[in-house]
Ligand binder design. Structure first.
Ligand code: ADP
Ligand code: MG
Length: 828
């Protein structure tokens, strides 16, 4: 078995490729200019497709034919119209062109497998879109790796750090288009991301855009007749202005980089179409003033991440800087001053991810079945069967290789290390062979095992024994969001039940049992809907993303599906983020299996506005309900939430005519962050009230349960068995469900008690007589009832109560009406 060995950083702005070879990483250089990376830019001109540096150069002068930052739209339905080809290209296609270009750097090598990095916050759809780009570029196997893990692998492996105790690091990755912050736990050998936050629409490009809007536009307006220049630049009305926009953006980026090393920079604007010809001077101070808000956006996420994990900055040993934007001195200095943590800058922030990807690739076995192996004489020659067992990652200087033979064997074995530094020579073999082999430090060691018969003729060989020494490996990759199943609720709405929690480690597997919440007749058009969504389990279903959707229609059934039948569901998420769902309904013996790798989502600015409006309404209502409670701290939080949402709502409304910038995606990203914050604020309160309710019902039950039947007692035990887990789950739906179960048990016990009918009789007695059908019968029953109570004849009283109940014109709703509701989805 071979390892993947090839690592690729497919960045928003820059991409690169590197190879792992015996513990060493080499970056494949761009043959043009010998740089480590190429810009992730594609241009189409006169039948020519250019990728990288050349394409980027065209972006200033020929913007409409040049495409960049498409990684930010990975997984969206956005397409780019390519005039030159008269066709549309998706972000996936453009990314695959960049990957193709990178593969060209490895001249002559045939690359079939690669590790490609993704931001830790990439959801399932974005991850799958990245994989798809890899396959389109001709790879047969793609393994995804989260960028902060890659950066840490690069850092810990290439700096030869000796870590002897558990440490926590922060990876602060401010790149060209995305911002990511991750908390890493590291011990002497393994790394683990234990939480992260990110904004897929916060990066260096946004600083460039702000540079144009807030510095360059006002300066031009001051020196020319131009008015409302920024609005003109981004509106689709006038292409000359659009052209100017891209030229200014290009120059802004150059000036921004210069300001990282100098105090001042200048920009020359020569734009004949609009007769603008100017020289502008910009100072580092001016630049710092406009990027403050963007830095604060990033720092807000840093603080939140620390707080959410109940940590303080002093718990963090160092901050590792990744991404070109972290070259900006203001950012380094702010981070240092405000956290007082050691800010680590010794690694090149623009290649760390490439290097880390290659380290990971060097430890990851390829699962491709290589044709050569199947056909090799080696396998054919193997006339006996032997199983080889060893630990592929080791930090020791030697490691044990065990070989198990299925039958007794009278012959010899030999183990050789590929570099020639170790050879056992011929040794007498037995049914079980155990050999300690020495390892070269901080590299991968390859060994070959040979078996010979008693005449010393080779009968077996295995050259794929690989043991890596001393390199850090990762403990697995966490999922960035909860993955939930949508279920019916009595109100007619739906809620989400967690299948996999944020930060659970891939790959994942789970089986759950649910019940059918409506009747679906065979051959009918009624449907059972299985909807798996990704997002935040505590928040509104609508603010999440559907990643697996199955509709099972009555037409698929041979028999009716009846309310209450069991539905068994199996969920799996592979390390590469494929979701598979198996649905099994045993009563119908119906099984449905589907694998999803969704790679597209839709963003409509109208839908976005209405989602923000819904959230805003919910906050406003919560504030109205809370005003009299005088809980000022809670109210202040809600007010802040209301304010952010209402600013965002106005931005969404104003954005309707913006066809050029990425604003829509930024709004979508902020929407998710704000709704999550609001959920966090109110969740606590809702959970408290559910917990309160739980304790109340349980109190009454502990009094009544003595009177219950043995079966009811058993049921009680069953309900409270996993009570601790549920009460600590922080999930109001789970607690509410428990409450319902307890409540209905309490009601059943209560209704079965004869004494309960005394209460019930008095309740009916104080009802207005007009609610009963037959007045004379009513008054007669009332008299009989009084008498029965006087005589303590409870059996008689019970019968009277039933008769009275039947006289009621409108029957009160029973608590267990829940059982009679029909769900929309058909599953609860
Ligand atoms: P990505 O990971 O998104 O592809 P990179 O890590 O390569 O991005 O960072 C690219 C971003 O870094 C760009 O926005 C670029 O303008 C910015 N950048 C690169 N060098 C500097 C610098 N010296 N000072 C400020 N910004 C820089
Ligand atoms: Mg990056």
């Amino acid at each position: 078995m071979k390892n993947i060995n090839i690592g690729i950083d497919l960045g928003t702005t820059n991409s690169g490729i590197a190879k792992y070879d015996n513990g060493k990483i080499s970056i494949y250089k761009n043959p043009v200019g010998f740089k480590d990376t190429i810009p992730s830019v594609v241009s189409f001109r006169k039948g020519r497709i250019q990728i990288g540096e050349k394409a980027r150069e065209h972006s200033a002068t020929n913007a409409e034919n040049v495409f960049s930052s498409f990684k930010r739209k990975m997984g969206s339905d956005e397409v780019y119209y390519i005039k030159d080809l008269d066709k549309n290209c998706s972000p996936i296609e453009l990314s695959s062109m960049v990957l193709n270009e990178l593969v060209n750097f490895a001249q002559g090598e045939s690359l079939k497998s690669a590790v490609i990095t993704i931001p830790a916050s990439f959801d399932t759809i974005q991850s799958n879109a990245t994989k798809k780009a890899g396959y389109q570029a001709g790879f047969e196997e793609i393994v995804l790796l989260q960028e902060p893990i890659a950066a840490c692998l690069a850092y810990s492996n290439s700096l030869n750090l000796e870590i002897t105790e558990d440490k926590k690091w922060l990876v602060y990755d401010f790149g060209g288009g995305t911002f990511d912050i991750a908390l890493i736990k590291i011990n002497e050998r393994e790394l683990k991301v234990f939480d992260h936050k990110g904004n897929n629409f916060l990066g260096g490009v946004d600083l460039d855009t702000l540079f144009v809007e807030k510095i360059i536009c006002p300066k031009i307006e001051k020196q020319t007749q131009e008015k409302n220049l920024w609005e003109k630049l981004i509106s689709k009305e006038n292409t000359d202005y659009n052209k100017l926009f891209f030229e200014l953006l290009f120059k802004a980026e150059e000036a921004k980089k210069e300001l990282s090393i100098k105090e001042t920079s200048s920009i020359e604007v020569d734009f004949d179409e609009l007769s603008i010809s100017l020289d502008l001077d910009i100072t580092r101070k001016e630049f710092e003033a406009i990027i403050k808000t963007k830095f604060e956006e990033s720092f807000h996420l840093v603080e939140k991440l620390i707080k959410d994990n109940l940590l303080t900055f002093s718990d963090i040993e160092r901050i590792i800087l990744v991404g070109g934007t972290t070259y900006i001195p203001y950012i380094r200095q702010q981070l240092q001053e405000r956290t007082q943590i050691q800010v680590e800058t010794s690694l090149d922030p623009t290649t760390a991810v490439i290097i880390g990807a290659a380290y990971y690739a060097g430890s990851k076995p390829s699962e491709l079945i290589e044709e050569e192996i199947v056909k090799t004489p080696q396998a054919e020659q193997n006339s006996i069967h032997a199983e080889t067992i060893y630990e592929p990652h080791s930090k020791d200087s030697e490691e044990l290789i065990v070989v198990l033979l299925t039958e007794s064997f009278d012959g010899y074995y030999r183990i050789i290390r590929a570099d020639g530094g170790f050879d056992t020579g011929l040794l007498k073999a037995s049914k079980k062979i155990a050999e300690f082999v020495p390892l070269l430090e901080k590299t991968s060691n390859q060994f070959t095992l040979f078996l010979y018969d008693s005449q010393q003729k080779q009968v077996f060989s295995n050259d794929s024994i690989q043991i890596t020494n001393g390199l850090y490996s990762i403990l697995g990759q966490p999922i960035p969001n909860d993955i939930c199943l949508e279920l019916d609720e009595e109100s007619g709405k739906s809620h989400m039940e967690i299948i996999f929690k944020k930060n659970d480690i891939l790959p994942l597997k789970k089986t759950i049992y649910k019940t059918c919440s409506k009747n679906i007749l065979k051959n009918s058009d009624q449907k059972l809907i299985i909807n798996v969504v990704e997002g935040n389990a505590g928040s509104m279903v609508g603010s999440n993303q559907s990643i697996g959707y199955i509709e099972i229609s009555g037409r698929d059934f041979d028999q009716d599906l009846v309310k209450g039948m069991d539905i068994e569901l199996n969920f799996k998420v592979s390390e590469s983020r494929d979701l598979s769902i198996d649905v099994y309904i045993s009563a119908l013996d119906l099984e449905i299996n589907e694998v999803f790798n969704p790679h597209q989502r839709m963003i409509s600015i109208d839908k976005l506005s209405s989602e923000i409006k819904n959230a805003l309404d919910a906050v406003t209502e919560e504030i109205r309900n809370e005003v009299q409670n005088e809980n000022y701290e809670y109210l202040a939080k809600l007010k802040r939430s209301e304010e952010s949402l209402s600013i965002l709502y106005n931005e969404a409304l104003e954005n309707k005519n913006d066809a050029i910038t990425d604003k829509k995606y930024q709004i979508d990203e902020l929407k998710k962050i704000y709704i999550q914050e609001f959920d966090d604020i109110i969740r606590h309160k809702h959970i408290l009230s559910e917990l309160d309710e739980y304790n109340k019902i349980k109190d009454s039950l502990s009094f009544y349960i003595e009177k219950g039947s043995p079966r009811q007692k058993e049921e009680y035990e069953k309900i409270i068995k996993n009570e601790k887990e549920i009460l600590q789950s922080n999930n109001k739906y789970l607690i509410r469900k428990k409450n319902k179960e307890l409540e209905s048990l309490l009601e059943n016990i209560y209704n079965n008690q004869d004494e309960s009918y005394i209460d019930y009789f008095y309740y009916l007695r104080f009802e207005d007589p007009s609610v009963f059908k037959d007045r004379s019968k009513h008054s007669k029953l009332m008299q009989l009832g009084e008498k029965a109570i006087d005589n303590s004849n409870l059996t008689e009283l019970k019968s009277i109560c039933h008769q009275l109940y039947n006289l009621l014109i409108v029957k009160p709703k029973r608590k267990d009406d829940f059982n009679t509701f029909d769900g929309n989805l058909g599953i609860k």
